[in-house]
Structure formats: C-alpha cells, structure tokens
Design a protein around this ligand. Structure first.
Ligand code: S3P
Length: 445
C-alpha cells in the first residue's frame, strides 16, 4: 500500500467578500487521458495546461513504466509514445495512490496485454471496487489475481490475443466505459460499449483526435453504442487541457455563499457532460454569468462570473447525477445555506468514491450544525440562510480531497469556523487550492 504522510489539518473562518479572478488547474479527467494516449501513440504529444496533481503524476509514472518518455513541468509536457500495441512490461507494481481513474483506465489499457501488470494504491483506493472494470476484462480473456472482492493490490495478465466484446456498462461510469474502450485498442476487430446514461465523453473525443477508428451511435431507445476498431495506429497530438469544472465548483460555491462576493473563474471547461452543477445552482437562484464562451482544445470553455446569491432549495433529478457526480459534496454545503430543502437523489455511486461521500458529507454537515438526512442513495439538506447556527465542528476527511475542500468552503460562510482533519490529499486534484482561495480573500489557516 502507498505510505500515508502525517495529516495537515486546516480551519476556515467566516470571510469578507471574496473578490478577484482566478484560474483553476487543468481538468483531471482530460489530464489522465492525455497522458495515457500520449504515452501510447506513436510520435510526439505536447500537452499544455496539464494538472500536476498527485493523481495525474501517478498516471505519468505508469506510462513511463510502460516505456514511454514523459517529461514536463509548469503545465507543459512532452511525451514520446511507444506505439499502440507496444507497451512494455513494468518492472514493479504500478502505484496509483488515491486515484481510481488512473487505476481503472490503466487496467483497461494494459490488462489485455500478454504480460503481468501489478496495481496498488493507498488505503482509500484499496477499499474501492475494481470488479466493475475487471468483469469486462475477464470477458476479453484477462486473468485477474486480486484480493477478495476484487480490491487492490491486484495483478492482471492478458491472453495471447484479447477477444473484442460488446459490453453494456451496468452502472453509469465513465471509468468503466473508458477502461473497456482502451482495452479495445489492443483487441482485433470491433469492441462495443453500450451506455444507457451518458457519462463524460472525454475518452471518446480524445481517442478520435489521436486517430482511433471510433464511432458513436444513439439508438431509438436512447442507448449510446460506442464502437472502437482495435489495433489501429495512434499518432501523437497537441492537447490543451481546459480548467477543471469540478475544481471550479469550490470557488464558485464559496463566492455564492460569502456575502458581497464577486469572483471571475477563468477558463472553465463547459462540456455538457460536466455542467450539471451550474444548471442546479442556477435553479437555486445563483448568479453565474457564462462569459466569453469559446472552444479550446476541442472543448467548450468559458469564464464564470459569480456573485453572492440567496439560494433556494431544489430537488435535483437523479438523471443529472452523471454530469455532476463529483460535485455533490460541495452542492450539499451550498444547500446547507439555502432557504428550504434540497433533495439529491440517485447518489448510490457516491458511496464508492475516494470515501463513502454520502456518509462523509452527512457526518460533516451534522458535525457543523446542519440539518440533513441520508438515505441509501439520497441526501436531504434543510438549509440555514446566512449560515445561522452553522460551523464549530471538525470534519473527518477520510483521504477524500473533495470532502476536505467542500467543508473548508463551508467554513468561509458559516457562523463558526470549520476545521478539517487533513488537507494533504487536496494535492491529488487541486494542488494550489489554499493559495487560490486565499488570493480572493478566503480565511483559511
Ligand atoms: C472520472 C469518472 C467519474 C468521476 C471521477 C473521474 C473519469 O467516476 O467520479 O472523478 O475521469 O472518468 P466514475 O466513472 O466511477 O463515475
């Protein structure tokens, strides 16, 4: 297992109006995929705006272990890939730290190769289910040696020739979809993934950009059929990574909650498979202006001007969950300041993220005086406008970056300060979070 450093607690206090403009780091999902495909494709890939968070750097290390040259810093990276079908056998187990995305996508990418690849991770990742990616890989002929319940650490060994499959993804998961598509790259013929609920489509878009033969068709029943032709040539590309909407969410909600705030968040990706939070906040009465809409690196991008707003509770429809799956913890914090009730449904996937996020959010809210109820797959929050009676608690973050950032945001607007027991893992997705928040006036020590 990855070694755990000692915890770094932090406390957020009620702050004066937040003002200024900020940039959030590059999108985590796109950063992982850019490294995976850049390390695989023949020739040179140049990436600018890469998120240099711990999760993504682990994917960079994995691609090096497979024989790719991966060098860079300050967001600018150059890769020389091995060529599709030509990954080398890693000498040591690949350590994915806290990163479910890195682990699951690389399982797809490398698991079908006729060689052993070993995977390990930190205490959080070692509890997360891997069967959702291993099941389709088994159908392709991959042998799996894993601890009970298909958890890390585990070793995969592919067959001489992987079998292309048609696989209907049983849960709405971009990681599973992507794992199977990446495995399909090294199988002869066509591998098809069928998804009922649309999830983030970055893998499909980027595979196409690198020259993979990939088509997407939506049938009469609304199912998406994604077909990839295996064993084709992939060629290095230039990739610009847009700002991560899941990181922007913390700045946006802080600006909404702290009275008098007016903050511009620049260069935020607006891919419609990722904007469910913005839709929801606007329904709650949030003042979010989408400015300067443009296309950068094949994705819609905009600047968001956010002014503090009096929020009203809403019911968030379950079918919106995939487009805001990582944003529920911070939405729950916003709901704690809204007038009335906010009901969030269809949240079963939150139980198997970096922590059981439903339990962690509900415990954190309760520890800070908020009124909420948690069900198997739902959360109900009764808000307390102006943060009356909120705060004063210590939040257990359970190695979960989004829990830590969400509750620090809560402390900026609550009556009493909010303390989180650790902030070290924030570096997995948003390494300069504390500096960015302080630059607009957030009081976090
Ligand atoms: C991700 C997909 C989502 C999301 C995760 C990143 C991706 O996970 O929660 O943070 O990059 O594909 P699931 O596919 O498990 O829903």
């Amino acid at each position: 297992m990855t070694d755990q450093p000692s915890p770094q607690p932090a406390t957020a206090r009620r702050s004066q109006a937040l003002k200024g403009s900020v940039r959030v780091p590059g999108d985590k999902s796109i950063s992982h995929r850019a490294l995976l495909l850049g390390g695989l494709a023949a020739g040179t890939t140049r990436i600018s705006g890469l998120l240099e968070g711990d999760d993504v750097l682990r994917t960079a290390a994995a691609m090096r272990a497979f024989g790719a040259s991966v060098e860079g810093g300050n967001g600018e990276w150059i890769l020389r890939g091995v060529g599709n079908g030509c990954l080398l056998e890693p000498r040591e187990p690949l350590d994915f730290g806290n990163s479910g995305t890195g682990a699951r996508l690389v399982m797809g990418l490398a698991g079908v190769y006729d060689m052993p690849t070993a995977f390990k991770g930190d205490a959080s990742l070692s509890k997360r289910p891997m069967g959702r990616v291993l099941d389709p890989l088994r159908l392709m002929g991959v042998q799996v040696e894993a601890t009970p319940g298909d958890r890390l650490p585990l070793t995969l060994r592919g067959p001489k020739t992987a079998a292309p499959i048609t696989y209907r993804v049983p849960v709405p998961s971009a990681q599973v979809k992507s794992g199977v598509l990446l495995a399909g790259l090294n199988a002869p013929g066509v591998t098809t993934v069928i998804e009922a609920a649309p999830t983030r489509d970055h893998t499909e878009k980027m595979l196409r950009a690198f020259g993979a033969s990939l088509e997407v068709e939506t049938d009469a029943a609304g199912l998406r059929h994604i077909r990839i032709g295996g064993q084709g040539r992939l060629t290095g590309q230039a990739i610009t990574v847009p700002g991560d909407p899941s990181s922007a969410a913390f700045v946006v909600i802080a600006a909404l909650l702290v009275p008098g705030s007016d903050v511009l968040v620049e260069n935020v990706m607006m891919n419609p498979t990722r904007t469910g939070l913005i839709d929801t906040l606007r329904e709650m009465g949030a003042s979010i202006e989408v400015l300067n809409g443009r296309v950068a690196g094949g994705e819609d991008v905009a600047d968001l001007r956010v002014r503090s707003s009096e929020l009203r509770g809403v019911t968030v429809p379950p079918e919106r969950a995939p487009s805001m799956i990582d944003e529920y913890p911070v939405l729950a914090v916003a709901a704690a300041f809204a007038e009335g009730e906010t009901l969030m449904q269809g949240l079963e996937e939150l139980r198997i993220k970096e922590s059981d996020r439903l339990a962690a959010v509900s415990a954190g809210l309760k520890a800070n005086g908020a009124d909420c109820e948690e069900g198997k797959d739902w959360l109900l929050v009764r808000g307390s406008p102006e943060g009356r009676g909120l705060g004063g608690g210590i939040v257990e973050t359970s190695l979960d970056h989004r829990i830590a950032m969400s509750f620090l945001v809560m402390g900026l607007a609550a009556e009493q300060a909010v303390t989180v027991d650790d902030t070290g893992m924030i570096a997995t997705s948003f390494p300069h979070f504390l500096d960015v928040m302080r630059s607009v006036g957030a009081q976090i020590e």
